[in-house]
Design a protein around this ligand. Structure first.
Ligand code: GDP
Length: 362
């Protein structure tokens, strides 16, 4: 049974990747940094029903010795580095922390592998944010980088450290330059989940307005479940390499709003308001990926359309808000009738997930 070690296991991609690798028969070990809220950050694993199947190990990307110990203890065959401070606006407020976790943290893990486990395979979660202010109509592995935030800059350092460890020390280290990828497990601070959550709250009468920033930026959005498959495929190749993973379709935030609101029978123009403090000091206006190399060499293709993903996300947020109000109703009933039963596991999952937006992983 192969063993994998995943950093950022409590994030969106960590959860979907764990699920995929468990299905493939791996022993899945997830690294989790200690925090007072550790109990709720496992919400995504619980949502997928795999929390009991993933082994958790304490560790932190900024603590080299904890990485060395985890590699010694579990002897993984594959290491997936998904841990990061991954929210762009936070990276302007905490640029040094972002550099430390997202940039130096990757260097620490590569060094730990070089010392303890040089034969294992390594995946680095690189990001389309590295392209930033791109001048190219479609971005591929050869496009120049021009990051526009401390997050993009930290990811670029991590990307080149990965390339350098491959070229200098022969590590089987691959880097996936993933364009934005979303799902019902996306953190609520990211625009897609913020929108689908807003749609659900407005639909259920829990809110009337949804404040957003720049509606004209364009992103190439895919589904996280498709994208974690590309990560695994990269590590199954004889030769390590770098790959762009994208759908090849770009959409404005405005159009995403239109689709999500109209899925619920609403008109976004009646609810979305622009708030200037949500506009970023430097914007990435346009991203559109060319994943031909991943298609040709890995046989990878996206399977979920934007419309289907939006439908899945809106439905999940409707379910969560309904369950949350159900849980409130249950609490009131239980107070009046203390002998009544407990909320079911699904209701517990919904509440866990509502609080599961750990800012530490994609
Ligand atoms: P990013 O591409 O990693 O920065 O992913 P995000 O989902 O955070 O942002 C995608 C785009 O949505 C960016 O161009 C943002 O400027 C834009 N956007 C507009 N309004 C909002 C908002 O309220 N929250 C976030 N997170 N992004 C917004």
């Amino acid at each position: 049974m192969p063993t994998c070690l995943i950093t950022g296991v409590t994030g969106q991609d960590g959860a979907y990747l764990s699920q995929l690798l468990l299905q493939k028969g791996y022993r899945v070990v997830g690294m989790m940094r200690r925090s007072a809220s550790s109990d709720v950050v496992g919400g995504r694993l619980r949502w997928l029903g795999i929390a009991d199947d993933v082994e958790l190990v304490d560790g932190n990307l900024v603590d080299l010795s904890s990485l060395i110990r985890a590699l010694q203890a579990y002897e993984p065959d594959e290491v997936y580095n998904l841990g990061a401070q991954s929210f762009v606006p936070t990276s302007w407020n905490q640029p040094l922390l972002t550099g430390l976790v997202t940039g130096i943290g990757t260097a620490n893990l590569l060094e730990a592998m070089r010392i303890v486990r040089p034969g294992a395979r390594f995946y680095q979660a690189s990001s389309s944010e590295m392209f930033g202010r791109t001048r190219q109509p479609r971005q591929n592995e050869n496009s120049p980088f021009y990051p526009r935030s401390p997050y993009g800059i930290a990811k670029l350092y991590a990307h080149w450290m990965t390339v350098n460890h491959r070229e200098s020390f022969g590590l089987h280290a691959s880097s996936g330059i993933l364009f934005n990828h979303e799902s019902p497990l996306r953190g609520i601070e990211f625009v897609t989940r913020k929108i689908t959550d807003g749609v659900a709250r407005i639909k259920l009468g829990l809110a009337r307005r949804l404040p957003l920033g720049n509606l004209e930026a364009r992103r190439d959005w895919g589904h996280a479940r498709d994208y974690v498959r590309a990560m695994w495929l990269m590590l199954q190749q004889d030769t390590p390499d770098d790959y762009v993973v994208a759908t090849g379709q770009t959409t404005t935030i405005r159009e995403f709003c239109r689709l999500a609101f109209s899925y619920a029978g609403l008109d976004y123009r009646e609810h979305v308001v622009t708030r200037h403090d949500l506009i970023r000091p430097a914007e990435v206006d346009f991203l559109l990926g060319d994943a031909s190399k991943a298609r040709d060499k890995l046989g990878w293709r996206p399977t979920v359309t934007l419309e289907d993903m939006i439908a899945e996300m809106v439905e999940a947020d409707l379910t969560r808000h309904r369950a949350a109000s159900g849980a409130v109703a249950w609490t009131a009933a239980a107070t009046r009738h203390p002998s009544r039963g407990h909320p079911g596991p699904r209701a517990r999952q919904e509440r866990d997930l509502a609080h599961a937006d750990a800012p530490d992983a994609d």
